[in-house]
Design a protein around this ligand. Structure first.
Ligand code: FAD
Ligand code: NAD
Length: 478
């Protein structure tokens, strides 16, 4: 790690290398800025909107809606208890939508300015390969242009996976793109897929009054996270009248006079739901079909572009980063991969530590995790110690009226090294970085408990959970 530290800001002279980046999402635009900072001649080609999925129809707009919906829900449920007099509480969906749009526009304008400030040549058009050093760009006007490159980085992202469910083409069946911009709040919504998109949309619409049903094929929602965390989420969603059917598969969807009928196989047999809207949230697949990858001989696995640890494809001067690799589909990972690919092109040996990526779900309670779960650590042969601290014993959580949550450290019993941190509760998505840093620095419990955490903060519960590993929490009977 120390060699990476010392070489990180070294600039290697590049002889105006021509780098072309396809896709202007958080993978592509970050790579473009980085390559320009390093002295390359950079062209970024984007077919739709700068900022990609994340900024336009992903991370940012969902979090705007989640923020407002949660605030509304809290005021509706807890205003009196907090001593706030709100009179008649309501919301204006068109204003919420307008605010969402304004925030997206402001951020994408910011990205455009940054690209310009760094001298990146931005082309609005659709790119496809002609060979290992040429691309064709198709402009909305119908015109085409050929572009030469020394190095190319593919950052074309992903699109919603349209599961082959009979009826998925019916009006009223939508993906997250449409669910972000509905004209009005639906009375009823069935969500197919209780993953991260399903759970975040369930949180948004149930908070605003929609009767939401989640249908999930696996035994649990957000199944890649520690079940202890998802139990807190399930509790909160069910409190908001969300019906959750796990181990349940959709048979088909059909149109009725009043809306849509969804036939499902639950654990106890066939069942059906009549709803106004259906959200299909069963994963996303790489957007690579239109790239003519075969013209450059780029290796794929299905729709996924195959790369090595430096994000280099089998064609040495062509790289792929972010969602189009079909691995970890997160904005911060796409950006990190973009940075790493550029560093490698410029002669550094930078790569990514995939074991220290934070995973966050922005529901109420927020969920966040980094590193190994207790289960995974045991599978890998570790003897583990767990340090747990419930948020009902944390002052700040009590002040916020959000005590439904927990902090859980997973620790190697032999060395006391932190293997994982798992959080459910307020500010979890902000606090997880402490765990990511702890893992990066190979920290032990001693290093967490000798770091003074400010009072009163939710973060103190991390300090207490670390103490709890050795049954020495102060604010908990051990
Ligand atoms: P994208 O952001 O998808 O960008 C790819 C770009 O390439 C697009 O703009 C596309 O138009 C362009 N493109 C495609 N083909 C071509 C072509 N042939 N020529 C030119 N341009 C092309 N992740 C998080 O980390 N946190 C979150 O909170 C979060 N929330 C999400 C919520 C939703 C509803 C969704 C759908 C996703 C969310 N994600 C979140 C995932 C995140 O959006 C993606 O992981 C991230 O956007 C991937 O970045 P990318 O640069 O690889 O691709
Ligand atoms: P996901 O993989 O998180 O969840 C999809 C869920 O659908 C899974 O639980 C799966 O078991 C279930 N499923 C699949 N087929 C089904 C079927 N036929 N019937 C019922 N259930 C079925 O995918 P997603 O929620 O669509 O999200 C896509 C990607 O976007 C994720 O990989 C995630 O990384 C990213 N994303 C991240 C955030 C965030 O970081 N907060 C938010 C939204 C999206």
């Amino acid at each position: 790690m120390s060699s990476q530290r010392s070489s990180y800001y070294e600039n290697i002279e590049v002889d105006m290398m021509k780098v072309v980046i396809i896709g202007g999402g958080p993978g592509g635009y970050v790579a473009a800025i980085r390559a320009a900072q390093k002295g390359a001649d950079v062209t970024l080609i984007e077919k739709k909107h700068i900022g990609g999925t994340c900024l336009n129809v992903g991370c940012i707009p969902t979090k705007v809606l989640l923020h407002t919906a949660e605030l509304y829900h809290t005021l509706k449920g807890d205003a009196e208890q907090l001593g706030i007099l709100v009179g008649t509480l309501g919301f204006d969906w068109s204003k919420i939508q307008a605010r969402k749009k304004a925030i997206v526009q402001q951020l994408s304008g910011g990205v455009k300015s940054l690209l310009a400030a760094n001298g990146v040549n931005v082309i609005m058009g659709e790119a496809a390969f002609l060979s290992v050093n040429q691309l064709a760009v198709h402009y909305p006007s119908g015109q085409n242009e050929t572009i030469d490159f020394d190095q190319a980085i593919i950052a074309t992202g992903s699109k919603p996976f349209m599961a082959p469910i009979k009826g998925n083409e019916l009006e009223g069946v939508m993906t997250s793109d449409a669910a972000l911009s509905l004209e009005r709040i639906p009375k009823t919504l069935l969500i197919i897929g209780g993953g991260v998109i399903g759970s975040e949309f369930a949180s948004i619409y149930s908070s605003l009054g929609t009767k939401v049903t989640i249908v999930e094929a696996l035994p649990n929602i957000v199944a890649n996270m520690d079940q202890e965390l998802t139990d807190y989420l399930k509790y909160e969603l069910e409190k908001a009248a969300v019906s959750i059917y796990t181990n349940t598969k959709v048979e088909h969807i059909e149109r009725t006079l009043s809306g849509l009928k969804v036939q499902v196989f639950t654990e106890s047999g066939l069942s059906s739901f009549e709803v106004e809207k259906v959200l299909l949230a069963v994963g996303r697949k790489p957007a690579t079909k239109a790239l003519n990858l075969e013209k450059a001989g780029i290796r794929v696995n299905g729709d996924k572009i195959v790369t090595n640890n430096h994000f280099q494809t089998n064609i040495p001067n062509i790289y792929a980063i972010g969602d189009c690799r079909g691995e970890v589909q997160l904005a911060h990972v796409a950006s990190a991969e973009g940075m790493a690919a550029v560093e490698f092109i410029m002669g550094s040996r930078s790569n990514i530590d995939f074991n220290t990526i934070p995973y966050c779900v922005y529901t109420k309670p927020e969920l966040a995790a980094v590193g190994l779960t207790e289960e995974k650590a045991k599978e890998q042969g570790y003897k583990v110690r767990i340090g747990r601290f419930p948020l009902h014993a944390n002052g700040k959580s009590l002040i916020m009226g959000e005590t439904n949550g927990v902090v859980k450290f997973v620790v190697d019993a032999k060395t006391d090294e932190i293997l994982g941190l798992h959080l459910a509760g307020p500010r979890a998505t902000e606090l997880i970085v402490e765990g990511a840093l702890a893992l990066r620095l190979e920290a032990t419990v001693a290093e967490i408990v000798t770091t003074i955490h400010a009072h009163p903060t939710v973060g103190e519960s991390l300090y207490e959970a670390a103490h709890a590993v050795h049954k020495q929490a102060i604010h908990l009977p051990n």
